[in-house]
Design a protein around this ligand. Structure first.
Ligand SMILES: Cc1cc2nc3c(=O)[nH]c(=O)nc-3n(C[C@H](O)[C@H](O)[C@H](O)COP(=O)(O)OP(=O)(O)OC[C@H]3O[C@@H](n4cnc5c(N)ncnc54)[C@H](O)[C@@H]3O)c2cc1C
Length: 395
């Protein structure tokens, strides 16, 4: 067993790494552990909004993220049944106080690897892959973590533990916390395909509204890979989903499209939230704390906001600048934002995409047109990004 660490972060995903980097930059001793042998590279989040980019900027990561990613400010909503398309450009209509008027597109594994590179330059930070958390015991003085490695079981001791180990969080389970909510009855299929949508009326980020053939289509980065996400019957197994894929693409993609599939990943989607985000010396962040469907791209976005809030709150407690009540504030506020804002918004995006009622679809279209035409409300508190950011940590 090693010396007591100040903070052990469980989970080397983007949220764990960002929290670790922010704390380490404040001088906190941080160890990140992850069960996998390296950063997980499965195709997941790919679009970073200005809220996320502002946080990357604070941590000194924006310039390099900009060099890796693809800048996009344009978005389109398509209604193929009527041929209607609403196009918007955020440069025409920035939110009050918005400095960055584009999104960046790149795979989330690249973000994790970028943050890890910065973390490993700091003498007070270390990363241990191949370390699976299996047990957790806490007292007033600290937390003992039982960890399995290829060389056998080992233990860590920490003043504080951050559970950023994803939607199937072991930390959350070991704390005995329920993950309340529901799993959607349909499955989402995330595909990365080589095909140029641009000449066919698509912007670099798109939502396609249809009761059956709804889709989210976005350019993945600087080359010609695009993410096409669509819905499938949850009763189909992976082989059946793959077999039906050409038929689905024939309806979703432009007629006669010739494409190459680079990656294919069906997955279940959840709207779930842990009952508490803090138990004593253990805090939850990112998907370990809350999971929503990815329509609207709010999953990782709100996880990055958790990281930012936790850096401020836990950093202040460790540095003796705030008492522990700020950690309860973190836990309550981030949970409130998920339940009152993030999850309802994500659920509404999902409903809108596959709306079957023509009257509601017409109302959605009218609302989308009004949103595209109107200036943002001068009261910043009403903007979507202000709502998902929630109240600042009182430190
Ligand atoms: C197909 C798909 C598309 C998505 N698209 C978007 C999008 O466009 N925009 C968006 O905002 N969000 C999107 N999301 C959601 C986004 O991927 C998640 O919100 C994000 O990965 C959460 O990051 P995280 O760091 O909290 O957890 P994760 O990235 O899941 O990282 C958790 C880490 O914990 C490790 N771990 C797990 N158990 C243990 C253990 N016992 N011990 C040690 N380590 C452990 C895992 O190996 C992993 O590295 C998408 C998700 C999917 C599946």
């Amino acid at each position: 067993m090693g010396a007591q660490q100040s903070v052990v972060v469980v989970g080397a995903g983007p949220v764990g790494f960002l929290t670790a980097l922010g704390l380490a930059q404040k001088g906190v001793d941080v160890t990140v552990i992850d069960s996998e042998p390296a950063v997980v590279r499965s195709p997941r989040a790919a679009v970073y909004f200005h809220t996320t980019l502002a946080i990357l900027d604070k941590l000194g990561l924006l310039e390099e993220a900009d060099a890796i990613g693809y800048r996009n400010s344009r978005f389109a909503m398509h209604w193929p049944a009527t041929g209607d398309v609403i196009r918007t450009d955020m440069r025409d209509n920035p939110e009050p106080g918005q400095r960055i008027t584009h999104n960046l597109h790149f795979g989330q594994h690249l973000l994790a690897e970028l943050v890890m590179a910065h973390l490993l330059r700091l003498p007070n930070a270390r990363v241990r892959f191949g370390h699976r958390l299996t047990g957790l015991e806490q007292s007033e003085d600290g937390v003992r973590l039982s960890v399995d490695t290829a060389a056998g079981p080992t233990e860590f001791r920490a003043d504080w533990v951050i559970g950023s180990d994803g939607a199937r969080s072991t930390v959350r389970r070991l704390l005995g916390l329920a993950f309340e909510g529901h799993t959607w009855p349909d499955r989402f299929v995330a595909t990365n395909i080589e095909y140029d949508f641009a000449p066919h009326g698509f912007e670099d980020a798109n939502m396609v509204v249809d009761p059956v053939d709804w889709a989210v289509i976005a350019k993945l980065g600087r080359d010609n890979l695009w993410r096409v996400t669509y819905g499938e019957d949850a009763r189909l197994d992976e082989a059946a989903i793959l077999e039906r894929l050409p038929e689905r693409f024939a309806r979703i993609l432009p007629p006669g499209a010739s494409y190459r599939i680079d990656n294919f990943s069906p997955y279940s989607v959840h709207e779930r939230c842990a009952t508490h985000f803090r138990v004593g010396r253990v805090l939850l962040a990112g998907d370990a704390a809350h999971a929503c469907n990815p329509c609207g791209g709010l999953g990782l976005t709100t996880g990055v906001i958790d990281a930012d809030a936790l850096i401020a709150a836990l950093g202040a407690v460790i540095m003796g600048e705030a008492d522990e009540s700020v950690l309860d504030f973190y836990a309550r506020e981030r949970r409130r934002v998920f339940l009152e804002v993030t999850s309802p918004l994500a659920s509404n995006f999902k409903r809108m995409l596959s709306e079957t009622d023509p009257a509601r679809q017409a109302a959605d279209k009218a609302q989308a047109m009004a949103n595209a035409a109107n200036e943002h409300d001068a009261g910043a508190a009403t903007t979507l990004s202000a709502m998902i950011r929630g109240a600042p940590m009182p430190v």
